[in-house]
Write a protein that binds this ligand. Structure first.
Ligand SMILES: Nc1ncnc2c1ncn2[C@@H]1O[C@H](COP(=O)(O)OP(=O)(O)OP(=O)(O)O)[C@@H](O)[C@H]1O
Length: 308
């Protein structure tokens, strides 16, 4: 096993008796992009805020970069970067002023500030925008500025809370390339998302639901270990089949995707295609074939909708 950057045991946060994060165990290794995948309210932000030392856990322990949080939060802040869900820089300061301000906050030596800021302006395509007020920038530009600010002090560990929720797919792809560059240069990254395609890019993910971790592993491991087979059906009567199937024992879920019905069949059924073909509920189907699982299937089988 590699060096560990985060270890959490039983991490819990209650707000007036409501457990936003409930007994979270985590082991995150260095050099990894680790994703929290979960719907709104599943506890991703709360977990991150505890791991950055900003929020005191109600129970459990966490060690981040060898420091105990929240006790060592002050020292930890110089070694981590945190990009929050909402833009946290100053709209009425320019790009340059924002970065200079952050450089002061992080205590970057004056002599190296200028060089580091120009390097980041260049890397994140902000040089031309240096005098623009941050409040006047597009979603994608703001996101690049927020990332530049979060890595100004060359943190060893970077937390990104739903970083691409407000940007278009092209900017999102570009942003992920930048994350892989950072990762390649030795930065470990923890990122939260509710996008499946984004989670699929992570080296490892935790699937979160109602404050608890439902699954943990690489996307491939999770797909391989899934407790269901995936079968797709075609035919003119898909909506009827869709209505009938959920009542059949052994069917986990059925959902239409374009011209196909995607059906998750419990792994206990050895030949899912033969099983579905023999059922009267699939009458009218012109094609029944097994396909490869994707992360959304894993998500469905490990969260409330599909858990047995
Ligand atoms: N300060 C707080 N006081 C009370 N309840 C809170 C507080 N912070 C979070 N919660 C609740 O805890 C739950 C988890 O919230 P959290 O923001 O961690 O989820 P999330 O997965 O990050 O979702 P989102 O994407 O919406 O931020 C939610 O039900 C939320 O309303």
């Amino acid at each position: 096993m590699g060096e560990t950057v985060i270890t959490a045991r039983g991490l819990t946060k209650s707000f007036k008796g409501f457990k936003a994060v409930d007994g979270l165990d985590l082991t995150i290794e260095r050099g990894m992009i680790y994703g929290f995948l979960g719907p709104n309210g599943s506890g991703k932000t709360t977990a991150m805020r505890m791991l950055t030392g900003l929020l005191t856990p109600s129970a459990g322990t966490a060690e981040v970069l060898g420091m105990s949080v929240p006790k060592d939060a002050e020292a930890l802040k110089y070694h981590i970067g945190y990009m929050t869900q909402t833009f946290s820089l100053y709209g009425d300061l320019t790009v340059m002023e924002n970065l200079k301000f952050m450089a002061e906050i992080y205590g970057l030596p004056r002599a190296s500030q200028k060089g580091r800021i120009s390097e980041l302006l260049e890397r994140y395509e902000l040089t031309e925008l240096a005098e623009r007020f941050a409040g006047r920038m597009s979603g994608g530009q703001r996101q690049r500025l927020a990332l530049a600010a979060a890595v100004l002090h060359e943190p060893k560990l970077l937390f990104l809370d739903e970083p691409t929720s407000a940007v278009d797919p092209e900017s999102r792809r570009h942003f992920w390339e930048q994350l892989f560059d950072l990762c390649d240069a030795g930065t470990s990254i923890v990122v939260s998302t509710h996008f499946m395609d984004e989670a699929e890019r992570c080296h490892r993910i935790a699937i979160m639901e109602a404050g608890q971790k439902r699954a943990d592993g690489s996307p491939q491991q999770l797909m391989d270990a899934m407790g269901a087979s995936v079968v797709e059906l075609e035919g003119p009567t898909l909506r009827e089949i869709r209505r009938r199937l959920p009542h059949v024992e052994g069917i986990v879920t059925a959902a239409q995707l374009g011209a196909r019905l995607r059906v998750l069949v419990n792994k206990s059924i050895a030949d899912p295609v033969a099983f579905l073909t023999s059922r009267s509920e699939t009458e009218g189907a012109t094609l029944i074939e097994q396909v490869r699982p994707n992360l959304e299937d894993v998500f469905v089988t490990s969260t409330g909708e599909g858990r047995q």
